[in-house]
Ligand binder design. Structure first.
Ligand SMILES: *Cc1c(COP(=O)(O)O)cnc(C)c1O
Length: 362
């Protein structure tokens, strides 16, 4: 007998993060991971640095300071907030606490890849519901639910499509779900949404016994490297997650930075305004080149390439790379003709439009 992982583990295709390197460029523009081009709050940075003075000391395993700050910011019960090493860890912990071999997870066809990984890691099956116009479809999602379904994951807005469901549709989705299915609303990009028919689902997560909302410090707060996320929901779910996580799952500098970030609404507002301006610019300019751009409410765009005359997404990807611009291929999401492009600073945004223009004319 030799050592062997559990069945199915080696069938998992590992998640590949956005690339950061291009040969020949010392510092290429990274528009591949939806990071905040403005960086993070100066107060968060200061708090992170200050925490370096106490690296010999274990962090607060209860995350009390951070949970209190989040509860205060959003008017929540701090006992019903759980914090993870990024929202990624929260998804994995949901798998550990709620999924068994043969259980089913439902997600939307072009949903975030980590949901499938979560299911596979637990030996569960991930079922994908078809979308309409690259947008989650409530009836299709409900149609995939069986007695084996334990979790439904929905990113709202979704990555990589950038589309969203209005709150009325989220409520209709919840109303149609059996009470044994946990609805996980991943609100990683919620702060960027400007439309008034949207809600992150905080209210539903506060009221219902089977709704969990997740958030991250990786996007609007610009702390992707610090790895901090949080969730809010029914006490039973929070208690289960706290039992399966590691006792010190978030580093002290990460906790300190996140706590400072949630208190710095000025930085978040600045990021929202910056993003709205450049999202609109990129959408408009790229459409003027004759390319199809899916309407996005996030901090990124999904662009479709025609495919004829060599104008494929792969050719565009290579062309952009040669100009030091790294975007994201989304073939792993069954979106072969598309590239996902994060909103960057003014300089790369303008370089990107100029490069795409040259690509289309080439
Ligand atoms: C970026 C992203 C997250 C955040 O992941 P972290 O682990 O918190 O960095 C969560 N969900 C979606 C859909 C994302 O795109």
């Amino acid at each position: 007998m030799s050592v062997a992982p559990l069945p199915g583990i080696l069938d998992i295709v590992p998640y590949k993060g956005g690339e950061a390197k291009v040969p020949g460029f010392e510092k290429p523009w990274k528009l591949s991971s939806n990071e905040n081009p403005l960086g993070c709050s100066p107060r968060a940075l200061q708090a992170y640095r200050a925490a370096a003075d106490e690296l010999a000391i274990y962090p607060d395993g209860e995350h009390a300071g951070l949970r209190t700050a989040i509860a205060h910011r959003y008017g929540l019960d701090a006992n019903r907030i759980m914090c993870g090493s990024g929202s990624d860890e929260i998804f994995q912990l949901l798998g550990r606490a709620f999924l068994d071999q043969g259980d089913e997870v439902v997600q939307s066809a072009h949903g975030f890849l980590v949901y499938r990984l979560t299911a596979q890691q637990a030996g569960a099956v991930c079922i994908s519901a078809p979308e309409t116009n690259l947008t989650a479809d409530v009836d299709a999602l409900l149609g995939c639910v069986t007695t084996k379904t334990k979790i439904m994951f929905l990113a709202n807005p979704n990555n990589p499509t950038g589309t969203y469901l209005p709150y009325s549709e989220i409520k209709r989705l919840h109303a149609g779900l059996p009470s044994h299915v946990l609805l996980v609303l991943d609100a990683a990009y919620s702060e960027y949404v400007q439309t008034n028919d949207y809600s992150s689902g905080l209210e539903l997560a506060g009221q219902e016994g089977n709704v969990l909302m997740t958030r991250t410090f990786s996007k609007i707060h610009g702390l992707a490297a610090a790895r901090v996320g949080w969730c809010y929901g029914p006490q039973l779910v929070i208690d289960a997650l706290n039992r399966v996580r590691g006792p010190f799952n978030i580093s002290a500098p990460g906790l300190a930075a996140a706590e400072a970030a949630i208190l710095d609404q000025d930085f978040a507002n600045k990021s929202i305004i910056f993003n709205a301006q450049w999202l609109a610019y990129l959408t408009q300019e790229i459409r003027l080149l004759g390319l199809e751009v899916t309407p996005s409410v996030g901090n990124f765009l999904l662009v479709r390439f025609p495919g004829e005359n060599g104008k494929t997404s792969s050719a565009a990807d290579n062309f952009l790379r040669e100009r030091g611009l790294i975007v994201r291929a989304v073939k792993a999401y069954q979106l072969d003709d598309y590239l996902r492009i994060s909103v960057g600073l003014e300089e790369p945004n303008r370089l990107l439009v100029a490069a795409l223009k040259d690509f289309m004319a080439s």
